[in-house]
Design a protein around this ligand. Sequence first.
Ligand SMILES: Nc1ncnc2c1ncn2[C@@H]1O[C@H](COP(=O)(O)OP(=O)(O)OP(=O)(O)O)[C@@H](O)[C@H]1O
Ligand SMILES: Nc1ncnc2c1ncn2[C@@H]1O[C@H](COP(=O)(O)OP(=O)(O)OP(=O)(O)O)[C@@H](O)[C@H]1O
Ligand SMILES: [Mg+2]
Ligand SMILES: [Mg+2]
Lengths: 256, 256
Amino acid sequence: MAYIYAIANQKGGVGKTTTAVNLAAYLSSMGKRVLLVDMDPQANASSSLGINKDKVEASSYDVLLGNITAARATLRNGKLNLAIIPSSPNLAAAEVELVGELAREYRLRQALTPEADKYDYVLMDCPPSLGLLTVNALTAAGGVLIPVQCEYLALEGLSQLTRIVQLVRQRLNPQLEIRGLILTMYDARTALAQQVVAEVQKFFGARVFATRIPRNVRLSESPSYGQPILTYAPGSPGAKAYAELTQELLAQNERE
Amino acid sequence: MAYIYAIANQKGGVGKTTTAVNLAAYLSSMGKRVLLVDMDPQANASSSLGINKDKVEASSYDVLLGNITAARATLRNGKLNLAIIPSSPNLAAAEVELVGELAREYRLRQALTPEADKYDYVLMDCPPSLGLLTVNALTAAGGVLIPVQCEYLALEGLSQLTRIVQLVRQRLNPQLEIRGLILTMYDARTALAQQVVAEVQKFFGARVFATRIPRNVRLSESPSYGQPILTYAPGSPGAKAYAELTQELLAQNERE
Ligand SMILES: Nc1ncnc2c1ncn2[C@@H]1O[C@H](COP(=O)(O)OP(=O)(O)OP(=O)(O)O)[C@@H](O)[C@H]1O
Ligand SMILES: Nc1ncnc2c1ncn2[C@@H]1O[C@H](COP(=O)(O)OP(=O)(O)OP(=O)(O)O)[C@@H](O)[C@H]1O
Ligand SMILES: [Mg+2]
Ligand SMILES: [Mg+2]
Protein backbone atom coordinates (compact mmCIF):
# COMPACT_ATOMS: atom_id res chain seq x y z
CA MET A 1 0.00 0.00 0.00
CA ALA A 2 1.20 3.48 -0.85
CA TYR A 3 2.03 6.20 1.61
CA ILE A 4 -0.41 8.96 0.59
CA TYR A 5 0.60 12.47 1.67
CA ALA A 6 -1.12 15.84 1.27
CA ILE A 7 1.33 18.75 1.22
CA ALA A 8 -0.74 21.52 2.67
CA ASN A 9 -0.65 24.92 4.33
CA GLN A 10 -3.15 27.71 3.68
CA LYS A 11 -0.41 30.32 4.10
CA GLY A 12 0.78 31.28 0.68
CA GLY A 13 4.30 30.94 -0.67
CA VAL A 14 5.71 28.70 2.07
CA GLY A 15 7.24 26.07 -0.22
CA LYS A 16 4.39 23.56 -0.76
CA THR A 17 5.02 23.15 -4.48
CA THR A 18 8.80 23.22 -4.13
CA THR A 19 8.55 20.47 -1.51
CA ALA A 20 6.04 18.36 -3.48
CA VAL A 21 8.07 18.45 -6.70
CA ASN A 22 11.49 17.86 -5.15
CA LEU A 23 10.40 15.22 -2.66
CA ALA A 24 8.68 13.36 -5.50
CA ALA A 25 11.82 13.53 -7.65
CA TYR A 26 14.15 12.33 -4.89
CA LEU A 27 11.80 9.53 -3.78
CA SER A 28 11.72 8.32 -7.37
CA SER A 29 15.52 8.56 -7.72
CA MET A 30 15.79 6.37 -4.59
CA GLY A 31 13.84 3.62 -6.29
CA LYS A 32 10.30 4.39 -5.12
CA ARG A 33 7.29 4.37 -7.46
CA VAL A 34 5.82 7.87 -7.10
CA LEU A 35 2.63 9.65 -8.22
CA LEU A 36 2.47 13.45 -7.91
CA VAL A 37 -1.04 14.97 -7.96
CA ASP A 38 -1.36 18.72 -8.62
CA MET A 39 -4.44 19.94 -6.77
CA ASP A 40 -3.70 23.65 -7.18
CA PRO A 41 -5.47 25.61 -9.96
CA GLN A 42 -2.24 27.62 -10.33
CA ALA A 43 -0.71 24.37 -11.64
CA ASN A 44 2.72 25.31 -10.35
CA ALA A 45 3.71 21.68 -9.69
CA SER A 46 2.78 20.80 -13.29
CA SER A 47 4.73 23.68 -14.80
CA SER A 48 7.70 23.03 -12.48
CA LEU A 49 8.03 19.74 -14.34
CA GLY A 50 7.67 21.24 -17.78
CA ILE A 51 3.95 20.55 -18.32
CA ASN A 52 1.98 23.32 -20.08
CA LYS A 53 -1.20 23.70 -17.97
CA ASP A 54 -3.18 25.17 -20.88
CA LYS A 55 -2.48 22.20 -23.13
CA VAL A 56 -3.18 19.19 -20.88
CA GLU A 57 -5.99 16.96 -22.16
CA ALA A 58 -7.11 15.74 -18.77
CA SER A 59 -6.34 17.03 -15.31
CA SER A 60 -7.12 16.65 -11.63
CA TYR A 61 -10.25 18.72 -12.39
CA ASP A 62 -11.61 15.94 -14.63
CA VAL A 63 -10.70 13.33 -12.04
CA LEU A 64 -12.47 15.25 -9.28
CA LEU A 65 -15.61 15.76 -11.38
CA GLY A 66 -15.60 12.06 -12.27
CA ASN A 67 -15.17 12.67 -16.03
CA ILE A 68 -12.12 10.43 -16.22
CA THR A 69 -10.26 7.88 -14.11
CA ALA A 70 -7.06 8.83 -12.33
CA ALA A 71 -5.18 6.33 -14.49
CA ARG A 72 -6.26 7.99 -17.74
CA ALA A 73 -5.33 11.46 -16.44
CA THR A 74 -1.84 10.32 -15.44
CA LEU A 75 1.16 11.49 -17.47
CA ARG A 76 4.58 9.85 -17.19
CA ASN A 77 7.86 11.73 -16.96
CA GLY A 78 10.26 9.10 -18.24
CA LYS A 79 13.45 10.92 -17.32
CA LEU A 80 12.46 11.21 -13.68
CA ASN A 81 10.44 7.94 -13.68
CA LEU A 82 7.58 9.93 -12.17
CA ALA A 83 3.80 9.75 -12.71
CA ILE A 84 1.92 13.06 -12.58
CA ILE A 85 -1.75 14.05 -12.61
CA PRO A 86 -1.48 17.65 -13.79
CA SER A 87 -3.76 20.49 -12.84
CA SER A 88 -5.50 23.04 -15.01
CA PRO A 89 -7.02 26.48 -14.39
CA ASN A 90 -10.61 25.17 -14.46
CA LEU A 91 -9.84 23.39 -11.19
CA ALA A 92 -10.62 26.75 -9.54
CA ALA A 93 -14.28 26.21 -10.45
CA ALA A 94 -14.51 22.71 -8.93
CA GLU A 95 -15.33 23.94 -5.46
CA VAL A 96 -18.49 25.73 -6.60
CA GLU A 97 -19.41 23.01 -9.09
CA LEU A 98 -19.31 20.33 -6.38
CA VAL A 99 -21.15 22.32 -3.68
CA GLY A 100 -24.40 20.37 -4.00
CA GLU A 101 -22.87 16.97 -4.63
CA LEU A 102 -23.10 14.16 -2.13
CA ALA A 103 -19.79 13.13 -0.52
CA ARG A 104 -17.99 15.86 -2.43
CA GLU A 105 -15.04 15.57 -0.01
CA TYR A 106 -14.42 11.94 -0.99
CA ARG A 107 -14.02 12.46 -4.75
CA LEU A 108 -10.23 12.35 -4.83
CA ARG A 109 -10.03 9.50 -2.34
CA GLN A 110 -12.38 7.39 -4.47
CA ALA A 111 -10.42 8.20 -7.62
CA LEU A 112 -7.04 7.34 -6.11
CA THR A 113 -8.05 4.12 -4.32
CA PRO A 114 -7.68 1.95 -7.46
CA GLU A 115 -4.24 3.50 -8.06
CA ALA A 116 -2.78 3.04 -4.60
CA ASP A 117 -1.20 -0.36 -5.16
CA LYS A 118 0.70 0.84 -8.24
CA TYR A 119 2.78 3.29 -6.18
CA ASP A 120 4.90 3.44 -3.06
CA TYR A 121 4.23 7.19 -2.57
CA VAL A 122 1.43 9.52 -3.65
CA LEU A 123 2.09 13.23 -3.05
CA MET A 124 -0.66 15.87 -3.47
CA ASP A 125 0.31 19.55 -3.85
CA CYS A 126 -2.42 21.75 -2.34
CA PRO A 127 -3.45 25.35 -3.05
CA PRO A 128 -3.04 28.09 -0.38
CA SER A 129 -6.53 27.66 1.13
CA LEU A 130 -8.53 25.29 3.31
CA GLY A 131 -11.32 24.90 0.79
CA LEU A 132 -12.73 21.81 -0.92
CA LEU A 133 -9.57 21.04 -2.94
CA THR A 134 -7.39 20.83 0.17
CA VAL A 135 -10.14 18.98 2.06
CA ASN A 136 -10.28 16.41 -0.76
CA ALA A 137 -6.53 15.91 -0.46
CA LEU A 138 -6.73 15.59 3.34
CA THR A 139 -9.56 13.08 3.00
CA ALA A 140 -7.55 11.01 0.51
CA ALA A 141 -4.35 11.15 2.57
CA GLY A 142 -2.86 9.00 5.27
CA GLY A 143 -0.72 11.91 6.43
CA VAL A 144 -0.20 15.62 5.92
CA LEU A 145 3.22 17.19 5.39
CA ILE A 146 3.20 20.83 6.43
CA PRO A 147 5.88 23.13 4.97
CA VAL A 148 6.46 26.04 7.37
CA GLN A 149 8.32 29.08 6.11
CA CYS A 150 10.62 30.44 8.82
CA GLU A 151 8.71 33.72 9.04
CA TYR A 152 6.35 35.19 11.63
CA LEU A 153 3.21 35.35 9.46
CA ALA A 154 3.65 31.67 8.57
CA LEU A 155 3.36 30.77 12.29
CA GLU A 156 0.00 32.47 12.64
CA GLY A 157 -1.91 30.02 10.52
CA LEU A 158 -0.65 26.75 12.04
CA SER A 159 -3.34 26.55 14.70
CA GLN A 160 -6.09 27.01 12.07
CA LEU A 161 -4.49 24.30 9.93
CA THR A 162 -4.22 21.81 12.82
CA ARG A 163 -7.90 22.50 13.65
CA ILE A 164 -8.93 21.62 10.10
CA VAL A 165 -6.81 18.46 10.16
CA GLN A 166 -8.57 17.42 13.37
CA LEU A 167 -11.99 18.14 11.85
CA VAL A 168 -11.19 16.07 8.77
CA ARG A 169 -9.94 13.25 10.99
CA GLN A 170 -13.14 13.31 13.07
CA ARG A 171 -15.64 13.60 10.25
CA LEU A 172 -14.11 12.35 7.03
CA ASN A 173 -10.88 10.40 7.39
CA PRO A 174 -10.03 8.78 10.75
CA GLN A 175 -6.58 7.69 9.60
CA LEU A 176 -5.34 11.23 8.83
CA GLU A 177 -2.35 12.28 10.94
CA ILE A 178 0.16 15.12 10.84
CA ARG A 179 3.09 13.25 9.29
CA GLY A 180 5.51 16.10 9.90
CA LEU A 181 6.42 19.78 9.59
CA ILE A 182 9.18 20.86 7.23
CA LEU A 183 11.03 24.10 7.95
CA THR A 184 11.59 25.93 4.68
CA MET A 185 13.49 29.02 3.48
CA TYR A 186 15.54 28.79 6.64
CA ASP A 187 18.16 31.56 6.89
CA ALA A 188 20.32 30.80 9.90
CA ARG A 189 21.67 34.36 9.95
CA THR A 190 18.39 35.98 11.00
CA ALA A 191 17.13 36.05 14.60
CA LEU A 192 13.57 35.79 13.25
CA ALA A 193 14.25 32.37 11.76
CA GLN A 194 15.69 31.11 15.06
CA GLN A 195 12.59 32.37 16.92
CA VAL A 196 10.20 30.75 14.47
CA VAL A 197 12.08 27.45 14.65
CA ALA A 198 11.96 27.52 18.46
CA GLU A 199 8.19 28.20 18.41
CA VAL A 200 7.47 25.41 15.94
CA GLN A 201 9.55 22.92 17.92
CA LYS A 202 7.82 23.97 21.15
CA PHE A 203 4.39 23.16 19.75
CA PHE A 204 5.13 20.23 17.51
CA GLY A 205 8.26 18.64 19.03
CA ALA A 206 9.34 15.43 17.33
CA ARG A 207 6.93 15.94 14.45
CA VAL A 208 9.30 18.60 13.05
CA PHE A 209 11.72 17.06 10.57
CA ALA A 210 15.34 17.57 11.61
CA THR A 211 16.29 18.54 8.04
CA ARG A 212 15.79 22.25 7.39
CA ILE A 213 15.53 23.54 3.83
CA PRO A 214 17.77 26.61 3.49
CA ARG A 215 16.88 29.61 1.34
CA ASN A 216 18.67 28.85 -1.93
CA VAL A 217 18.13 30.69 -5.21
CA ARG A 218 18.71 27.48 -7.22
CA LEU A 219 15.39 26.18 -5.85
CA SER A 220 13.53 29.15 -7.28
CA GLU A 221 15.37 28.96 -10.60
CA SER A 222 14.73 25.27 -11.30
CA PRO A 223 10.98 25.61 -12.10
CA SER A 224 11.82 27.99 -14.93
CA TYR A 225 13.72 25.10 -16.55
CA GLY A 226 10.88 22.64 -15.92
CA GLN A 227 13.17 20.55 -13.74
CA PRO A 228 13.41 19.48 -10.11
CA ILE A 229 16.54 20.55 -8.23
CA LEU A 230 17.87 16.99 -8.54
CA THR A 231 18.61 17.46 -12.25
CA TYR A 232 18.94 21.26 -12.38
CA ALA A 233 21.51 21.82 -9.61
CA PRO A 234 22.25 18.52 -7.83
CA GLY A 235 25.22 19.97 -5.91
CA SER A 236 23.36 22.98 -4.52
CA PRO A 237 22.45 23.45 -0.83
CA GLY A 238 18.77 23.19 -1.82
CA ALA A 239 19.33 19.84 -3.53
CA LYS A 240 21.31 18.44 -0.61
CA ALA A 241 18.59 19.47 1.82
CA TYR A 242 15.78 17.85 -0.16
CA ALA A 243 17.88 14.69 -0.59
CA GLU A 244 18.44 14.64 3.17
CA LEU A 245 14.76 15.27 3.90
CA THR A 246 13.81 12.38 1.62
CA GLN A 247 16.23 10.06 3.39
CA GLU A 248 14.90 11.16 6.77
CA LEU A 249 11.33 10.41 5.68
CA LEU A 250 12.29 7.01 4.25
CA ALA A 251 14.26 6.04 7.35
CA GLN A 252 11.31 6.94 9.60
CA ASN A 253 8.84 5.02 7.41
CA GLU A 254 11.04 1.96 7.23
CA ARG A 255 11.49 1.94 11.02
CA GLU A 256 7.75 1.75 11.65
CA MET B 1 -14.50 60.25 -3.45
CA ALA B 2 -12.02 57.69 -2.22
CA TYR B 3 -9.54 55.77 -4.32
CA ILE B 4 -10.59 52.13 -3.68
CA TYR B 5 -7.90 49.54 -4.36
CA ALA B 6 -7.92 45.75 -4.14
CA ILE B 7 -4.46 44.29 -3.46
CA ALA B 8 -4.70 40.95 -5.16
CA ASN B 9 -2.73 38.05 -6.60
CA GLN B 10 -3.73 34.40 -6.32
CA LYS B 11 -0.09 33.38 -6.04
CA GLY B 12 0.69 32.92 -2.41
CA GLY B 13 3.32 34.76 -0.40
CA VAL B 14 4.06 37.53 -2.92
CA GLY B 15 3.72 40.45 -0.48
CA LYS B 16 -0.01 41.34 -0.67
CA THR B 17 -0.40 41.82 3.08
CA THR B 18 2.98 43.50 3.50
CA THR B 19 2.02 45.97 0.74
CA ALA B 20 -1.52 46.58 2.06
CA VAL B 21 -0.37 47.28 5.62
CA ASN B 22 2.64 49.43 4.75
CA LEU B 23 0.98 51.40 1.96
CA ALA B 24 -1.94 52.13 4.32
CA ALA B 25 0.44 53.31 7.06
CA TYR B 26 2.45 55.59 4.76
CA LEU B 27 -0.64 57.04 3.06
CA SER B 28 -1.99 57.89 6.51
CA SER B 29 1.34 59.41 7.61
CA MET B 30 1.20 61.64 4.49
CA GLY B 31 -2.09 63.09 5.65
CA LYS B 32 -4.57 60.86 3.84
CA ARG B 33 -7.65 59.37 5.50
CA VAL B 34 -7.26 55.61 5.04
CA LEU B 35 -9.42 52.51 5.58
CA LEU B 36 -7.76 49.07 5.43
CA VAL B 37 -10.10 46.11 4.86
CA ASP B 38 -8.78 42.61 5.64
CA MET B 39 -10.51 40.20 3.27
CA ASP B 40 -8.24 37.22 4.02
CA PRO B 41 -9.43 34.52 6.49
CA GLN B 42 -5.78 34.21 7.58
CA ALA B 43 -6.22 37.73 9.01
CA ASN B 44 -2.55 38.55 8.48
CA ALA B 45 -3.24 42.27 7.84
CA SER B 46 -5.16 42.44 11.13
CA SER B 47 -2.45 40.70 13.14
CA SER B 48 0.28 42.75 11.44
CA LEU B 49 -1.32 45.75 13.17
CA GLY B 50 -1.64 44.06 16.52
CA ILE B 51 -5.28 42.94 16.28
CA ASN B 52 -6.07 39.49 17.73
CA LYS B 53 -8.22 37.81 15.06
CA ASP B 54 -9.85 35.43 17.57
CA LYS B 55 -11.04 38.29 19.79
CA VAL B 56 -12.58 40.74 17.30
CA GLU B 57 -16.29 41.37 17.88
CA ALA B 58 -17.15 42.10 14.27
CA SER B 59 -15.19 41.48 11.11
CA SER B 60 -15.31 41.63 7.33
CA TYR B 61 -17.22 38.33 7.56
CA ASP B 62 -20.12 40.05 9.33
CA VAL B 63 -20.02 42.92 6.84
CA LEU B 64 -20.13 40.52 3.88
CA LEU B 65 -23.02 38.52 5.35
CA GLY B 66 -24.88 41.76 6.04
CA ASN B 67 -24.99 41.25 9.82
CA ILE B 68 -23.42 44.61 10.52
CA THR B 69 -22.56 47.83 8.69
CA ALA B 70 -18.99 48.55 7.63
CA ALA B 71 -18.95 51.54 9.99
CA ARG B 72 -19.77 49.40 13.02
CA ALA B 73 -17.11 46.83 12.12
CA THR B 74 -14.41 49.49 11.78
CA LEU B 75 -11.68 49.74 14.41
CA ARG B 76 -9.42 52.78 14.75
CA ASN B 77 -5.67 52.64 15.29
CA GLY B 78 -5.06 56.03 16.90
CA LYS B 79 -1.28 55.89 16.71
CA LEU B 80 -1.29 55.36 12.96
CA ASN B 81 -4.51 57.33 12.40
CA LEU B 82 -5.79 54.35 10.47
CA ALA B 83 -9.26 52.74 10.23
CA ILE B 84 -9.34 48.93 9.88
CA ILE B 85 -12.05 46.38 9.23
CA PRO B 86 -10.41 43.23 10.62
CA SER B 87 -10.88 39.72 9.38
CA SER B 88 -11.64 36.54 11.28
CA PRO B 89 -11.25 32.83 10.54
CA ASN B 90 -14.97 32.34 9.84
CA LEU B 91 -14.47 34.43 6.69
CA ALA B 92 -13.27 31.18 5.10
CA ALA B 93 -16.87 29.93 5.22
CA ALA B 94 -18.36 33.00 3.54
CA GLU B 95 -17.82 31.70 0.04
CA VAL B 96 -19.96 28.59 0.60
CA GLU B 97 -22.50 30.45 2.72
CA LEU B 98 -23.11 32.99 -0.05
CA VAL B 99 -23.24 30.53 -2.95
CA GLY B 100 -27.01 30.74 -3.36
CA GLU B 101 -27.37 34.43 -2.62
CA LEU B 102 -28.38 36.95 -5.28
CA ALA B 103 -25.67 39.45 -6.24
CA ARG B 104 -23.24 37.76 -3.89
CA GLU B 105 -20.32 39.51 -5.68
CA TYR B 106 -21.65 42.98 -4.77
CA ARG B 107 -21.84 42.52 -0.99
CA LEU B 108 -18.61 44.33 -0.17
CA ARG B 109 -19.25 47.09 -2.70
CA GLN B 110 -22.68 47.76 -1.21
CA ALA B 111 -21.25 47.80 2.32
CA LEU B 112 -18.41 50.18 1.47
CA THR B 113 -20.40 52.66 -0.64
CA PRO B 114 -21.73 54.62 2.40
CA GLU B 115 -18.16 54.80 3.75
CA ALA B 116 -16.40 56.03 0.63
CA ASP B 117 -16.72 59.77 1.31
CA LYS B 118 -15.15 59.42 4.78
CA TYR B 119 -11.80 58.32 3.31
CA ASP B 120 -9.26 59.30 0.68
CA TYR B 121 -8.04 55.72 0.26
CA VAL B 122 -9.60 52.31 0.87
CA LEU B 123 -7.21 49.33 0.60
CA MET B 124 -8.45 45.70 0.59
CA ASP B 125 -6.00 42.88 1.34
CA CYS B 126 -7.04 39.73 -0.57
CA PRO B 127 -6.43 36.02 0.10
CA PRO B 128 -4.29 33.92 -2.28
CA SER B 129 -7.18 32.78 -4.48
CA LEU B 130 -9.57 34.07 -7.14
CA GLY B 131 -12.69 33.00 -5.25
CA LEU B 132 -15.66 35.01 -4.02
CA LEU B 133 -13.68 37.03 -1.45
CA THR B 134 -11.25 38.37 -4.07
CA VAL B 135 -14.11 38.84 -6.57
CA ASN B 136 -15.97 40.93 -3.95
CA ALA B 137 -12.91 43.11 -3.52
CA LEU B 138 -12.46 43.48 -7.31
CA THR B 139 -16.14 44.40 -7.65
CA ALA B 140 -15.86 47.04 -4.92
CA ALA B 141 -12.61 48.49 -6.30
CA GLY B 142 -11.77 51.22 -8.74
CA GLY B 143 -8.35 49.68 -9.30
CA VAL B 144 -6.29 46.61 -8.51
CA LEU B 145 -2.71 46.76 -7.24
CA ILE B 146 -0.84 43.56 -8.09
CA PRO B 147 2.24 42.68 -6.01
CA VAL B 148 4.54 40.49 -8.09
CA GLN B 149 7.29 38.58 -6.33
CA CYS B 150 10.45 38.55 -8.47
CA GLU B 151 10.35 34.78 -8.90
CA TYR B 152 9.51 32.53 -11.82
CA LEU B 153 6.43 30.83 -10.32
CA ALA B 154 4.95 34.25 -9.55
CA LEU B 155 5.02 35.08 -13.27
CA GLU B 156 2.97 32.06 -14.21
CA GLY B 157 -0.23 33.26 -12.61
CA LEU B 158 -0.33 36.80 -14.03
CA SER B 159 -2.23 35.87 -17.19
CA GLN B 160 -4.92 34.09 -15.14
CA LEU B 161 -5.20 37.12 -12.87
CA THR B 162 -5.55 39.58 -15.75
CA ARG B 163 -8.23 37.34 -17.29
CA ILE B 164 -10.26 37.45 -14.05
CA VAL B 165 -9.84 41.23 -13.85
CA GLN B 166 -11.21 41.51 -17.40
CA LEU B 167 -14.13 39.22 -16.54
CA VAL B 168 -15.01 41.28 -13.47
CA ARG B 169 -14.78 44.46 -15.55
CA GLN B 170 -17.10 43.03 -18.22
CA ARG B 171 -19.71 41.49 -15.94
CA LEU B 172 -19.59 43.14 -12.53
CA ASN B 173 -17.62 46.38 -12.35
CA PRO B 174 -16.97 48.38 -15.55
CA GLN B 175 -14.71 50.88 -13.79
CA LEU B 176 -12.17 48.28 -12.62
CA GLU B 177 -8.67 48.80 -14.02
CA ILE B 178 -5.21 47.44 -13.29
CA ARG B 179 -3.85 50.36 -11.28
CA GLY B 180 -0.34 48.99 -11.25
CA LEU B 181 2.09 46.13 -10.59
CA ILE B 182 4.50 46.32 -7.68
CA LEU B 183 7.74 44.32 -7.86
CA THR B 184 8.41 42.80 -4.44
CA MET B 185 11.22 40.87 -2.75
CA TYR B 186 13.54 42.16 -5.44
CA ASP B 187 17.11 40.94 -5.02
CA ALA B 188 19.25 42.74 -7.58
CA ARG B 189 22.06 40.21 -7.16
CA THR B 190 20.17 37.32 -8.78
CA ALA B 191 19.83 36.85 -12.52
CA LEU B 192 16.36 35.38 -11.94
CA ALA B 193 15.06 38.66 -10.51
CA GLN B 194 16.40 40.58 -13.54
CA GLN B 195 14.67 38.13 -15.90
CA VAL B 196 11.37 38.36 -14.05
CA VAL B 197 11.52 42.17 -14.03
CA ALA B 198 12.22 42.22 -17.77
CA GLU B 199 9.25 39.89 -18.45
CA VAL B 200 6.85 41.91 -16.31
CA GLN B 201 7.91 45.16 -17.97
CA LYS B 202 7.56 43.59 -21.41
CA PHE B 203 3.90 42.68 -20.77
CA PHE B 204 2.75 45.51 -18.56
CA GLY B 205 5.03 48.43 -19.54
CA ALA B 206 4.18 51.68 -17.82
CA ARG B 207 1.75 49.98 -15.43
CA VAL B 208 4.73 48.66 -13.47
CA PHE B 209 5.61 51.01 -10.62
CA ALA B 210 9.19 52.27 -10.89
CA THR B 211 9.76 51.67 -7.16
CA ARG B 212 10.88 48.12 -6.43
CA ILE B 213 10.54 46.68 -2.95
CA PRO B 214 13.83 44.98 -2.00
CA ARG B 215 14.00 41.81 0.06
CA ASN B 216 14.56 43.15 3.59
CA VAL B 217 14.28 41.09 6.77
CA ARG B 218 12.91 44.10 8.69
CA LEU B 219 9.71 43.80 6.63
CA SER B 220 9.17 40.24 7.80
CA GLU B 221 10.01 41.09 11.42
CA SER B 222 7.62 44.03 11.80
CA PRO B 223 4.36 41.99 11.84
CA SER B 224 5.62 40.12 14.91
CA TYR B 225 5.63 43.49 16.73
CA GLY B 226 2.16 44.39 15.41
CA GLN B 227 3.63 47.41 13.64
CA PRO B 228 4.09 48.63 10.08
CA ILE B 229 7.65 49.21 8.92
CA LEU B 230 7.10 52.99 9.31
CA THR B 231 7.21 52.71 13.11
CA TYR B 232 9.22 49.48 13.49
CA ALA B 233 12.26 50.30 11.32
CA PRO B 234 11.74 53.64 9.56
CA GLY B 235 15.35 53.83 8.34
CA SER B 236 15.41 50.35 6.76
CA PRO B 237 15.57 49.71 2.98
CA GLY B 238 12.05 48.20 3.21
CA ALA B 239 10.66 51.35 4.85
CA LYS B 240 12.32 53.63 2.30
CA ALA B 241 10.93 51.58 -0.57
CA TYR B 242 7.35 51.65 0.72
CA ALA B 243 7.63 55.40 1.41
CA GLU B 244 8.84 55.89 -2.16
CA LEU B 245 6.09 53.67 -3.58
CA THR B 246 3.48 55.68 -1.68
CA GLN B 247 4.85 58.95 -3.06
CA GLU B 248 4.91 57.52 -6.56
CA LEU B 249 1.24 56.48 -6.24
CA LEU B 250 0.23 59.89 -4.82
CA ALA B 251 2.12 61.80 -7.51
CA GLN B 252 0.43 59.75 -10.27
CA ASN B 253 -3.03 60.22 -8.70
CA GLU B 254 -2.55 63.94 -8.25
CA ARG B 255 -1.45 64.36 -11.88
CA GLU B 256 -4.64 62.82 -13.24
N1 LIG C 1 14.12 27.04 0.03
C1 LIG C 1 13.86 27.95 -0.89
N2 LIG C 1 14.79 28.87 -1.20
C2 LIG C 1 14.54 29.85 -2.11
N3 LIG C 1 13.37 29.96 -2.78
C3 LIG C 1 12.41 29.07 -2.52
C4 LIG C 1 12.59 28.01 -1.58
N4 LIG C 1 11.46 27.28 -1.54
C5 LIG C 1 10.61 27.86 -2.41
N5 LIG C 1 11.18 28.93 -3.01
C6 LIG C 1 10.57 29.88 -3.95
O1 LIG C 1 9.65 30.65 -3.19
C7 LIG C 1 8.42 30.82 -3.90
C8 LIG C 1 7.30 30.15 -3.10
O2 LIG C 1 7.48 28.76 -3.06
P1 LIG C 1 6.32 27.76 -3.56
O3 LIG C 1 5.68 28.30 -4.77
O4 LIG C 1 6.87 26.40 -3.60
O5 LIG C 1 5.34 27.91 -2.33
P2 LIG C 1 3.83 27.41 -2.23
O6 LIG C 1 3.54 27.25 -0.80
O7 LIG C 1 3.63 26.26 -3.12
O8 LIG C 1 3.06 28.70 -2.84
P3 LIG C 1 1.47 28.79 -3.09
O9 LIG C 1 0.90 29.11 -1.74
O10 LIG C 1 1.30 29.93 -4.07
O11 LIG C 1 1.04 27.48 -3.64
C9 LIG C 1 8.64 30.19 -5.26
O12 LIG C 1 9.02 31.20 -6.16
C10 LIG C 1 9.77 29.20 -5.03
O13 LIG C 1 10.53 29.00 -6.18
N1 LIG D 1 10.19 42.77 0.67
C1 LIG D 1 10.19 41.78 1.56
N2 LIG D 1 11.36 41.37 2.11
C2 LIG D 1 11.38 40.34 2.99
N3 LIG D 1 10.31 39.66 3.41
C3 LIG D 1 9.12 40.03 2.92
C4 LIG D 1 8.98 41.10 1.99
N4 LIG D 1 7.67 41.23 1.68
C5 LIG D 1 7.03 40.28 2.39
N5 LIG D 1 7.89 39.57 3.14
C6 LIG D 1 7.61 38.41 4.00
O1 LIG D 1 7.32 37.34 3.10
C7 LIG D 1 6.19 36.60 3.57
C8 LIG D 1 5.08 36.72 2.53
O2 LIG D 1 4.60 38.04 2.47
P1 LIG D 1 3.05 38.35 2.66
O3 LIG D 1 2.50 37.53 3.76
O4 LIG D 1 2.89 39.83 2.74
O5 LIG D 1 2.51 37.83 1.26
P2 LIG D 1 1.00 37.57 0.86
O6 LIG D 1 0.97 37.66 -0.61
O7 LIG D 1 0.11 38.47 1.62
O8 LIG D 1 0.80 36.04 1.34
P3 LIG D 1 -0.60 35.22 1.29
O9 LIG D 1 -0.67 34.76 -0.13
O10 LIG D 1 -0.41 34.10 2.26
O11 LIG D 1 -1.68 36.17 1.67
C9 LIG D 1 5.82 37.19 4.91
O12 LIG D 1 6.45 36.43 5.92
C10 LIG D 1 6.39 38.60 4.87
O13 LIG D 1 6.72 39.06 6.14
MG1 LIG E 1 2.16 26.01 -4.62
MG1 LIG F 1 -1.58 37.94 2.76
